[in-house]
Ligand binder design. Structure first.
Ligand code: PBG
Length: 338
C-alpha cells in the first residue's frame, strides 16, 4: 500500500479533472474490452436450417449444425475469440453411463467438424467435457452406489476429450468437477497425439442455482429431477477452496482456469487473478443472462449499457476471457463503437 499522503489531498487534488472530458476519461481508462476476450456458448440440435427458442433464455435459440457453422463464421468475422458448443442430446440417446459422449457421430462432434471446416483456426472451438448432456439421470458422471463415481467418470471423460479433439476441438473444457480429471485428460490427449489442444478447466465451478435456464436449454433439468450437484460442484460459501482447485488444476496441466458463475463470483475472479499467473476465464451463466435480458425487456434496465458494464466488470476483476450468451451482440456493439 502507498502511504495515504502520496495520494494528495483536496483542494490541490481534484479527481474530477480526470473525468471532465471524453478524451481524458478514455486516456486514463484502466481496463479495456475487446471481442477477442469473448467466447460465445451456443446450443446445437439435430436437423437442418432449424432453430428452437428457449423459453427461459429469450433471444437465444438452439440451432442445427449448419446454422451453428454459420454462427461461428459470423463470430469469427466479428473478432470473437471462441465458440463453445453445447449439444441438446435427443432423449433416446441418453443412458445411465452417458456412452453417447464418446460417439464420433454425436452432435458436438458433428458441429465441431462443421465449424472447423468452415472457420479453420480463425476462432477457438471449445468443447465441454462432462457427461450431463448424455446421462439419463442428468449428472456429470456415472452413478455407482448412489454416488457420482469419480475415477470411473474420469476414465470416460478422457475418451470423451479424445473424441472431441479428433473432431477438431482446439479447446477442451472439462466442466464436470471430478478430482484429477485435468491431469488424466492432459495425459490422454498427449498420448493420442493432441499435445497442442488447450485445456480450459472449469476449475472453480460452484453448485449454483443460476444454471437453471441452461438445464432447460439442453434438456437436463428433467433428467436431474431436482437432484443437486453439490457432491462435486463447489459450495458457494467457499473461496479458499477455489485456490486449492486452481492450484491442483495448474499442476495437472490446465492452460486457462475458469470461474463460474460470473457476476456473483467476481471476488473469486479477482482472487485467482492475484494469486496465480495463469489466464482466468469467467462464465456469465444462463441465469445471469436471463436476469439481464428479462429486466431489459421489462424496461427496467438499459440492455446495452448494463451488458457492457457487466463485461467491463469481468475484465476489471481480472478475467482474460468471458463466456457470455451476449457475445455476438457485444461484439457488434464494440465493432460499431470502434
Ligand atoms: C454442464 C454445464 C453446465 C453449464 C455449463 N456446463 C450446467 C451444470 O453444471 O449443471 C452451465 C452454463 C450456464 O448456466 O449457462 N456440466
Amino acid at each position: 500500500m502507498q502511504p495515504l499522503s502520496s495520494f494528495g489531498s483536496f483542494p490541490a487534488t481534484r479527481l474530477r479533472r480526470l473525468r471532465r472530458w471524453d478524451w481524458v476519461r478514455q486516456m486514463v481508462q484502466e481496463t479495456h474490452l475487446s471481442s477477442a476476450n469473448l467466447i460465445w456458448p451456443i446450443f446445437v440440435i439435430d436437423g437442418k436450417g432449424s432453430t428452437e427458442p428457449i423459453k427461459t433464455m429469450p433471444g437465444v435459440e438452439r440451432m442445427s449444425v449448419d446454422l451453428a457453422a454459420e454462427a461461428a463464421e459470423r463470430a469469427a468475422s466479428l473478432g470473437i475469440g471462441g465458440i463453445a458448443i453445447f449439444p441438446v442430446t435427443p432423449p433416446g440417446l441418453k443412458s445411465e453411463d452417458g456412452r453417447h459422449a464418446i460417439d464420433s457421430e454425436n452432435l458436438i462432434c458433428r458441429a465441431t467438424r462443421a465449424i472447423r471446416e468452415r472457420c479453420g483456426d480463425k476462432l477457438g472451438i471449445v468443447c465441454d467435457v462432462a457427461l450431463d448432456p448424455y446421462t439419463s439421470h442428468g449428472h456429470d458422471g456415472v452413478i455407482i452406489d448412489n454416488y457420482v463415481a469419480n475415477d470411473e467418470t474420469v476414465s470416460i471423460l478422457c475418451e470423451q476429450a479424445i473424441n472431441q479433439a479428433r473432431a477438431g476441438a482446439t479447446v477442451i473444457a472439462p466442466s464436470d468437477m471430478m478430482d484429477g480429471r485435468i491431469g488424466a485428460i492432459r495425459k490422454a490427449l498427449d498420448d493420442a497425439g493432441f499435445q497442442h489442444v488447450t485445456i480450459m478447466s472449469y476449475a472453480a465451478k460452484y453448485a449454483s442455482a443460476f444454471y437453471g435456464p441452461f438445464r432447460d436449454a439442453v434438456g437436463s433439468a428433467k433428467n436431474l429431477g431436482g437432484a443437486s450437484k453439490k457432491t462435486y460442484q463447489m459450495n458457494p460459501a467457499n473461496t479458499d477452496e477455489a485456490i486449492r482447485e486452481v492450484a491442483l488444476d495448474i499442476q495437472e496441466g490446465a492452460d486457462i482456469v475458469m470461474v463460474k458463475p460470473g457476476m456473483p463470483y467476481l471476488d473469486i475472479v479477482r482472487r485467482l487473478h492475484d494469486s496465480f499467473s495463469i489466464p482466468v476465464a469467467v462464465y456469465q451463466v444462463s441465469g445471469e443472462y436471463a436476469m439481464l435480458k428479462m429486466a431489459s425487456s421489462a424496461g427496467a434496465l438499459n440492455e446495452k449499457e448494463c451488458v457492457l458494464e457487466s463485461m467491463m466488470a469481468f475484465r476489471r476483476a481480472g478475467a482474460s476471457c468471458i463466456l457470455t450468451y451476449f457475445a455476438e451482440q457485444v461484439a457488434e456493439w464494440l465493432n460499431v463503437a470502434e
